[in-house]
Design a protein around this ligand. Structure first.
Ligand code: DAH
Length: 362
């Protein structure tokens, strides 16, 4: 019997030593000391023994039980130590590592988005609101309603991207300018109208200064007295605020657009004598920046307004080019390459929102 006890004890002790985690150790405990465990079964035999036998076996079995209980407790403490050490090692944190920047710190606003925000801030301050329209337009809004007669050569000058005709034979197109939103706004809103329309425009044209997708901002004022004097003042205020110079000199040249009469192109005085730099408000050069004019009576009519009652002025300007000028970005194509390095260099911080009181670009 005592031999059996020794064999049992060395077996259980070996199992305890071999248990590699607390769950395995618990299995060993149940197998030895659980209700039907090997040692528990031995303890049950004591009741059926003679008094003499029990005097010998009682201390032997109980001694075995106590030693196994202690061995289990000791191994449990050991395994817990090991588990804690492993967890500490796996959850180690190097507090000397540099802190990772938050997305709001790392992200950059594209210069076009920033310039559109600047334009919105300037015209918002002058009492204008923002209007938008679809990029995919009908021939009617892009041309006909804007007084481009069918077959007029001005349509050809727009290098339009057309879609396949639909089942009704109507050919949708990618708008070639933001002017269609003039008509859409007049259809929806009674004068006085004071809106600016920033957005994407499309023409089949691509080189260092032209991209097939580019951006324009359109302006439209319609009321009972809007005149060229107002137009000139608004454009001058805009150019001073946008280029952040105290004064600008502008030159209005006669031109032609189907949707305005009279029509003008506007040049802004600049200095291009320093290489790679353009300065406004000084110098002997002129740079064309926009087209404008008094809204043609046919356009007012197309917008549902009576030209004997209402009059208005409008202008259209390329955003990409004035952004290039203002922020010294030499190649337009880089605008749309989605190169993160370019954006890191020329982009703006997300929370630096342009305001007139805080400074547009500072
Ligand atoms: N839509 C013209 C263009 O893309 C620009 C333009 C000129 C818009 C005169 C106007 C305007 O509103 O009055 O070339």
């Amino acid at each position: 019997m005592s031999n059996d006890l020794e064999t049992l004890e060395s077996g259980v002790v070996a199992d305890i030593a071999a248990a590699s985690d607390e769950a395995a150790l618990e299995n060993v405990r149940v197998a030895a000391l659980g209700k039907k465990g090997s040692i528990s079964e031995l303890l049950k035999t004591l009741g059926k023994m003679s008094a003499e036998e029990r005097q010998v076996q009682g201390p032997a079995i109980n001694g075995l039980k106590n030693r196994v209980t202690e061995a289990l407790a000791a191994r449990k403490a050991e395994l817990r130590q090991v588990a804690v050490a492993a967890r500490l090692a796996s959850e180690k944190l190097d507090v000397t590592l540099p802190v990772r920047q938050s997305p709001a710190e790392r992200g950059r606003i594209h210069p076009i988005s920033q310039v559109i925000d600047e334009i919105a801030a300037i015209f918002g301050d002058l009492g204008f609101s923002i209007a938008e329209g679809p990029d995919v337009e009908s021939d009617y809004y892009n041309f006909t309603a804007l007084n481009f007669p069918e077959g007029h050569p001005a349509r050809e000058m727009h290098d339009t991207f057309f879609f396949q005709p639909d089942e009704n034979g109507e050919r949708k197109l990618l708008r070639t300018h933001t002017s269609p939103v003039q008509i859409r706004t007049m259809e929806m809103q009674k004068p006085p109208i004071r809106i600016v329309i920033p957005g994407k425009t499309y023409r089949q044209d691509s080189d260092a200064t032209h991209s097939p997708m580019f951006h324009q901002v359109e302006g439209l004022v319609v009321d009972k007295s809007a005149n060229i004097g107002n137009l000139k003042w608004v454009l001058e205020e805009f150019c001073k605020a946008f280029f952040e110079v105290p004064s600008v000199t502008m030159r209005f040249r006669p031109s032609f657009f189907p949707f305005t009469e009279p029509s003008m192109e506007v040049d802004i005085q600049c200095d291009r004598s320093r290489p790679g730099e353009v300065r406004f408000g000084e110098g002997n050069d002129w740079m064309e920046i926009l087209g404008c004019g008094m809204v043609h009576p046919n356009v007012l009519r197309a917008g549902g307004l009576d030209p004997d009652e209402y009059q208005g002025f409008a202008w259209g300007m390329g955003i990409d080019r004035i952004a290039m000028l203002k922020y010294g970005m030499p190649d337009l194509r880089a605008f749309f390459d989605a190169d993160v390095r370019w954006l890191q260099h020329y982009g703006f911080r997300p929370l630096d929102m342009p305001t007139l009181f805080g400074g547009l670009s500072s």
